[in-house]
Write a protein that binds this ligand. Structure first.
Ligand SMILES: [Zn+2]
Length: 122
């Protein structure tokens, strides 16, 4: 996994001269903000889910063995955030820049809504 992440950053850092003029760099301010928002919402989901489990609620979408193991749940969440980055990178390289941003916005929105719902449980 670590090797894969290093490779992803290497690929992202090699902005090639074949990029069309006027296109943005992959790690521009918007993408960095969106990736941080996705990772932050994932952490909020882990925290809010743990809070619900302590209050004797149960997880309905993921296996109990995953959500009750905090390191595994954090690893799962960051793996999904990494997949989000990978998908955004592929869309960036294929010049689908609106979709590149949209998947991060949708990912953040869905996970933040879930975390908000978890926090609303007394
Ligand atoms: Zn792009």
């Amino acid at each position: 996994m670590k090797k894969y992440i290093v490779m992803l950053f290497f690929l992202a850092s090699t902005c090639s001269p074949q990029d069309l003029p006027g296109e943005h760099s992959f790690f521009d301010a918007k993408n960095i903000s969106l990736f941080a928002a996705v990772a932050g919402s994932r952490l909020l989901d882990v925290h809010s889910t743990s809070r619900c489990l302590k209050a004797r609620y149960y997880e309905t979408q993921l296996p109990p063995s995953l959500v009750s193991n905090k390191p595994a749940f954090i690893g799962y969440s960051f793996a999904l955030a990494g997949l989000n980055m990978q998908a955004a990178y592929i869309l960036h390289k294929t010049h689908h820049h609106k979709l590149e941003r949209a998947i991060s916005v949708a990912h953040f929105g869905a996970v933040a809504a879930t975390a908000g719902r978890n926090y609303s449980i007394p």
